[in-house]
Write a protein that binds this ligand. Structure first.
Ligand code: URA
Length: 465
């Protein structure tokens, strides 16, 4: 533990002072590697008080981080704790990470699909952030599931199952553990440099051979505009490649929730249903995106010549039941009780339920997915304060999606809340988020541009920021 004092925190040419670093960033000046490492280490070991970290994050959010600052922050956060070594796994280690979405449950499919195809998936995930859901919060709906493992436990699960999904810990990427939760509470999430450093610090600490990034764009993304999404994708690919990890980024649509559910337990059930061979039309985008991302991972992990061949291998594992068996094996290895999947409806016990019916006939033309995400969080699926428990049963089940025709009075969605008093605000948010139209909306492609090392560097060179 370093001294609490603000003076003489570092040995080195000149003492650094937190307040000077905040003021320099506030005034739009660039920070050097040493100053950035000082802030990341101070977040990790608790020696910089939370109000100074918050002020610095806000200054960075408003002023932005340059490419050099983003790279320095990524590396400093990666190095803020221990690193995982994949050497003993005996296979290539590949992971995917999304920039955050609503109803985004692809990890539950991707981890087992990729693992059964011979690639190790050491996945360090996050909790609910802003309006988006968190993989860890969803997994903790399963009684007993432990997200916080020691590095040796993480390795044991990986050796047994090929995949493990865990959280940051006080020893694994501790800087992100602190800054992630603080960004959630201080309105400092939606910034390309901060998102890049947060995601890549976790991924680079996991010792990956390759990484697939799912960069969301559209109304539910942190960076809604396509140009901003493309910049973030290029920034992350270039930063990860410079740190030695082969990386591709796919720009994908978050103009509506992914799949038919958004919440905690209900999202796990949707993913398991797909792995059990069910194929509802409302889950088709989830199925397709999971297979595309897994296909890339299997390809980059050396188990398929092309991403398309990887897709075919992943699809076979989805259909023959090997993926769901592997998923349950991983849950058990992390202490979870898989018997809850014997009767998923019986396990689902929301405190209050409401149905939103169509208030007029028409096509569902647009879904403001950020508003929908806040509706889900306020039903109880997310937290107001750091460390609060989330309600595993809260969420929204969509009966109609973008492009569907609905008759007046037809059910659009069912909302599940912790208690009746928590229903009115999310119902109003959901209604406000949906735009009806008499004309059918244009179809939006699920996957847009794909960035590799070459295209990312070129894009960054030409990007006007
Ligand atoms: N996921 C992360 O891990 N960090 C972010 O900042 C956004 C999404």
């Amino acid at each position: 533990m370093r001294q609490q004092s603000d003076l003489m925190k570092e040995s080195g040419p000149a003492p650094l002072h937190t307040v000077d670093i905040i003021r320099r960033k506030r005034d739009g000046l660039a920070l050097d590697d040493r100053e950035i490492k000082f802030m990341a280490d101070g977040a990790a070991d608790g020696s910089i008080p939370v109000e100074q970290l918050a002020a610095w994050l806000m200054a960075a959010w408003i002023r932005g981080l340059s490419l050099e600052e983003t790279r320095a922050l990524t590396i400093a956060m990666r190095d803020s704790g221990e690193k995982f070594s994949t050497a003993r796994l005996g296979k290539m280690a590949v992971d995917k990470h999304s920039t955050g979405g609503v109803g985004d449950k692809t990890s539950f499919l991707i981890a087992p699909l990729t693992a059964v195809c011979g690639v190790a998936v050491p996945m360090i995930s996050g909790r609910a952030l802003g309006h988006t859901g968190g993989t860890l919060d969803k997994l903790e709906s399963i009684p007993g599931y432990r997200t916080s493992l020691s590095l040796s436990e993480f390795e044991t699960v990986l050796l047994k199952c090929g995949a493990s999904i865990v959280s940051q810990t006080p020893s694994l990427v501790p800087a992100d553990r602190v800054l992630y939760a603080l960004r959630d509470r201080t309105g400092t999430v939606e910034n390309p440099g901060l998102i890049c450093a947060s995601i890549l610090s976790k991924k680079l600490a996991a010792g990956l051979d390759a990484l697939v990034l799912d960069v969301k764009t559209g109304s539910g993304a942190f960076l809604r505009k396509r140009d901003d999404g493309e910049y973030l994708a290029a920034l992350m690919v270039a930063t990860a490649e410079a740190a030695g990890t082969r990386t591709v980024a796919l720009l994908t649509d978050m103009g509506q929730p992914l799949g038919r559910t958004a919440g905690n337990w209900i999202e796990l059930v949707e993913a398991v249903d797909l792995m059990r061979g069910l194929r509802p039309a409302e889950s088709e985008d989830l199925r397709e995106l999971s297979l595309i991302l897994a296909g890339w991972m299997i390809h980059l992990g050396g188990q398929a010549q092309t991403p398309e061949a990887g897709y075919a291998r992943a699809e076979a594992a989805l259909m023959d039941g090997t993926a769901v068996r592997n998923f349950f094996l991983m849950i058990e290895a992390q202490g979870g009780d898989v018997s809850v999947f014997d009767n998923p409806k019986g396990f689902h016990k929301p405190g209050a339920t409401a149905v939103l019916n169509a208030w007029e006939s028409g096509y569902i033309a647009e879904m403001d997915t950020t508003k929908i995400g806040w509706a889900v969080q306020r039903l109880g699926a997310g937290r107001e304060k750091a460390g609060e428990p989330v309600d595993p049963h809260a969420g929204i089940d969509f009966k109609a999606r973008r492009g569907a025709w609905v008759e007046k009075g037809q059910e659009i969605a069912t909302l599940y809340a912790t208690m009746p008093a928590m229903l009115p605000e999310p119902i109003a948010l959901l209604k406000d988020a949906i735009t009806m139209s008499s004309t059918i909306p244009n179809a939006v492609p699920l996957v847009g541009r794909i960035f590799t090392r070459e295209t990312a560097t070129h894009h960054l060179q030409n990007a006007v920021r």
